[in-house]
Design a protein around this ligand. Structure first.
Ligand SMILES: Cc1ncc(COP(=O)(O)O)c(C=O)c1O
Length: 381
């Protein structure tokens, strides 16, 4: 039937009910979700200021603290994806004219530098060749020649598969009297990450990687030192939505004040994903990621794949690998997706078209999934 309001021939039958393919997600995120997380997503809706939901937010805050291994009081969840967590940490701590140091060894360090620049900071970059961790000596050199309010770095560079050691750089940053800001989007709940022990002042992550919750939320945490800097601001935070002086009364105020309407169903699912992490235990979860990674590594090496990153700095949850000589990456990746329902990631930024990024994250990080991928590759190749 013709619809006079819509600008095209609208036929409601053309929108079929949703029926996504049963993919196995072995890319750089999102990862597969546990059935309990799907079930939690469909929990009966309640209001976001309902006392029951306020209790749930309190529980989720405790779970954020437990998984970041921190006592930070300002620990909560930004109602937007990891990039918004990144922006939250940077725009709240930076005021126009501040000096900052951004370490860049892949795509996401570059994004941090862009945000800091837009917030009016003078950005000093420590640039490292992609595929290697940032060298503490290079950070030291830059710190000798500036007086930064903060130093920011990515713990797990998803574009390269590099695990960045944080302790030595964190100590230098503290000695300099600057704040230490860390991107833990990919490392969170997959490798060890100690916010308090490593002196991290502001940290953000995402929910769609090793936590295996729906995408679109960003747990963050600020140390008391960072909160003091926030409280001493002379200028307004450039973003209304991400301004922590407003948001914190929603997540942490004695009397909850309306700020925005929380993504209630996603928080239900997040809470269930956290319950799964805490039931498994952080140590056991890290161990599972490492063992599954080693199983994948052995199988891939037998097939002629080679790793971009030296063994000492490899992330278990993000395997950046070159394909065997003569094998084209895109047709093979498409065949895996369409014929075997297995998603792996292509290269990002400088590595687009050059390598694969195979993710082993959270609920996706399973030896059976690895076996499926390896047998599919054997069959095709
Ligand atoms: C290291 C890192 N930082 C930030 C982000 C941005 O997260 P989101 O895509 O959830 O905005 C990602 C996403 O993959 C990431 O891997």
């Amino acid at each position: 039937m013709q619809n006079g309001i819509l600008p095209f021939n609208y036929n409601h039958m053309s929108y079929k009910s949703l029926d996504t393919s049963p993919r196995i997600l072995l890319g750089p995120g999102p990862s597969d979700m546990h059935p309990r997380v799907y079930k939690a997503l469909s929990t009966h809706m309640i209001g976001h200021l309902d006392p029951e939901f306020v209790d749930i937010m309190d529980e989720v805050k405790q779970m954020v603290q437990a998984t970041f291994q921190t006592q930070n009081k300002l620990s909560f969840v930004v109602s937007a994806p990891g990039s918004a967590g990144m922006e939250t940490c940077l725009v709240n701590l930076i005021e126009p004219g501040d000096e900052v140091v951004i370490c860049q060894h892949g795509v996401f360090g570059g994004r941090m530098a862009d945000i800091a620049d837009r917030a009016g900071a003078t950005v000093h970059k420590v640039v490292q060749e992609w595929g290697k961790p940032v060298d503490p000596a290079a950070v030291k050199k830059v710190l000798e020649n500036c007086n930064p309010k903060l130093v920011a770095i990515v713990h797990a560079e998803t574009s390269t598969g590099v695990r960045q050691p944080l302790e030595e750089i964190g100590q230098m940053v503290r000695d300099k009297g600057s704040l230490f800001v860390v991107d833990a989007v990919t490392s969170y709940c997959g490798i060890d990450l100690r916010v308090d022990d490593w002196g991290i002042d502001a940290i953000y992550t995402g929910t769609q990687k090793c936590l295996s919750a729906p995408p679109g939320l960003s747990p963050v945490s600020f140390s008391d030192r960072a909160v003091e800097v926030l409280d001493a601001r002379k200028t307004k935070v450039q973003s209304w939505f991400l301004d922590l002086s407003l948001v914190k009364n929603y997540w942490a105020g004695a009397k909850r004040a309306y700020h925005h309407t929380a993504p209630i169903s996603q928080i239900f699912a997040l809470r269930e994903a956290y319950r799964l992490v805490l039931e498994e235990g952080l140590e056991a979860r890290f161990q599972r990621h490492q063992e599954t990674h080693e199983h994948l590594r052995d199988g891939l090496q037998d097939l002629g794949f080679t790793y971009l990153v030296d063994e000492a700095y490899r992330l278990p949850m993000l395997n950046a690998v070159y394909l065997p000589d003569g094998v084209e990456e895109l047709p093979l990746r498409k065949q895996l997706l369409h014929e075997y329902n297995i998603e792996v990631g292509g290269g990002l930024g400088d590595f687009a078209g050059k390598l694969w990024r195979i993710g082993l994250m959270g609920h996706s990080c399973d030896k059976n999934h690895v076996n499926m991928l390896l047998s599919a590759l054997k069959e095709i190749m």
